[in-house]
Design a protein around this ligand. Sequence first.
Ligand code: ZN
Length: 204
Amino acid sequence: MPLAAGVGTLGVIDDDRVENSNLQRQIIHTDGRIGMPKVFSAQAAVEALNPFITLRPYNRRLSDAIAAELFADYDIILDGSDNFDTRALVNRAAVAAGLPLVSAAIAQWEGQIGVYHPAADGPCLACAFPDRPAPGQVPSCAEAGVVAPLPGILGAMMAVEAIKLITGAGRPLTGRLILHDALEGESRQIRVPRRLDCPVCGGA
Ligand SMILES: [Zn+2]
């Protein structure tokens, strides 16, 4: 029986509920699941795709208090959160746990993706983005909008990096950042060096 690709256990953490305005870009949810906590909607979609995957839903917001214990149960962290503070928290916890972090972000027509893994001599997210942007400098998806297929493009690229990390195939994006400009139809890549004076991973 052919099944969708999927690893044995996925943990998904989010404290949002599905809203009508999410459906344009968040294809894991459906019109019939508006109002449902997103993690349970995601669980329904994944189990329908492949009933042999275990999805552990965490219907809460990630916090410093729970991140270390939660991350200890997993081998790879994928972050698609929509704000700097959560991304920074995920990075701190992934570095502390020695885990690779696949992190992507999107805005309007542009996306970026990188793999951060100081335990494999790569940079961490704070090496690449040390400073918190000023309020209003980076509008959120809800404020600025995002072209509908872009989360799917970046999400699929995150899955590729996860499969590469699991299987050891190819060359993970460690220390590199892909910048994808959908409006121009261009992708480019920049190197991200590790910062020895990084407050998160320096000396780790
Ligand atoms: Zn760092």
